[in-house]
Design a protein around this ligand. Structure first.
Ligand SMILES: [Zn+2]
Ligand SMILES: [Zn+2]
Length: 286
């Protein structure tokens, strides 16, 4: 722990849970997805209490990584305690299995892999190394069990989240122009429009945020507005930005005049109807 650190304010996850419950009352057809998300958020909070605060990366090293266009966090900068990580992965797999997102055979295999936290370390190292230069350098994950990457992404979020909280205090993202995370190298899976001209992408792994082009596809070079249709939720709070070049899309929260800030744990679920509409038109989610 960093000495003399001020106590953190109440964590926003409490708000996540109340927003998810309100969403369920409003859109009961989303109940199965919301119930699973509530369990994942509760697990995230329990694990978060056990995660220590890492020392910041020294300024000289931070600057060297920035100059080289590298991500801000190496795995050794993330305060992963492997027994806790194993527990988080096991419980994440159990939640996905209970909600029928994970097949029984895949669940058994995953549980065997993560039973010993120490077995997890080399798998996590390989998984993290694949995004060292952004998602484009990914190699086929043939040696890892199916769905392990998805479980790791959810289970390790409390550890990565804590590392990002520390890293973002001393970082200058001014010249970061890539559509992948400046902290951990993963792809975005959500975005927030601060206003019509400013969009921040939100990392699928660490929830880090960074400013990127307001118009434009993060997955391909398409920048032609006519080839970038958007779909909006009835209340105009959410926007789905599709691409006719690569057929992928990214969803976003419109923060202009919004009653609350973006909450990825809530907003990715609240926008499931937009995913369904995009799928009907042949677009593929991230
Ligand atoms: Zn990230
Ligand atoms: Zn595209």
């Amino acid at each position: 722990m960093i000495p003399n650190e001020r106590p953190r304010p109440a964590r926003p996850e409490t708000r996540d849970l109340s927003e998810l419950r309100a969403l369920k009352a409003r859109l009961p057809e989303l109940a199965p997805a919301i119930d699973m998300q509530v369990e994942l958020v509760e697990l995230h909070r329990r694990i978060q209490l056990r995660v220590s605060t890492p020392s910041p990366v020294p300024a000289s090293e931070r600057e060297a990584r920035r100059r080289q266009g590298r991500r801000a966090l190496e795995l050794s900068d993330v305060p992963i305690e492997w027994a806790d990580a194993g527990l988080a992965a096991r419980q994440t797999a159990d939640i996905l299995h209970r909600h029928e997102v994970l097949e029984p055979a895949d669940h058994r295999r995953l549980v065997a892999v993560v039973r010993e936290g120490s077995d997890l370390a080399p798998l996590v190292a390989a998984w993290y190394a694949e995004t060292a230069q952004g998602p484009g350098t990914r190699t086929p994950a043939s040696t890892r069990p199916p769905m392990l990457d998805d479980v790791l992404q959810l289970a390790l979020r409390p550890f990565f989240g804590r590392a990002v909280e520390v890293a973002e205090r001393g970082i200058d993202l001014g010249d970061w122009s890539r559509p992948w995370c400046p902290f951990c190298g993963a792809s975005p899976d959500f975005a927030v429009y601060v206003d019509d001209d400013h969009r921040q992408l939100i990392c699928s792994r660490c929830i880090g945020r960074w400013e990127w082009e307001a118009i434009g596809c993060p997955w391909c070079p398409n920048r032609d507005r006519r080839q970038l249709p958007t779909f909006t939720s009835p209340d105009h709070r959410y926007r789905l930005c599709a691409c006719d070049g690569c057929r992928r899309y990214l969803k976003a929260y419109n923060a202009q005049g919004a009653p609350r800030p973006v909450m990825p744990a809530v907003d990715t679920i609240a926008t499931l109807p937009l995913d369904a509409a995009a799928a009907q038109r042949g677009y593929i989610g991230v």
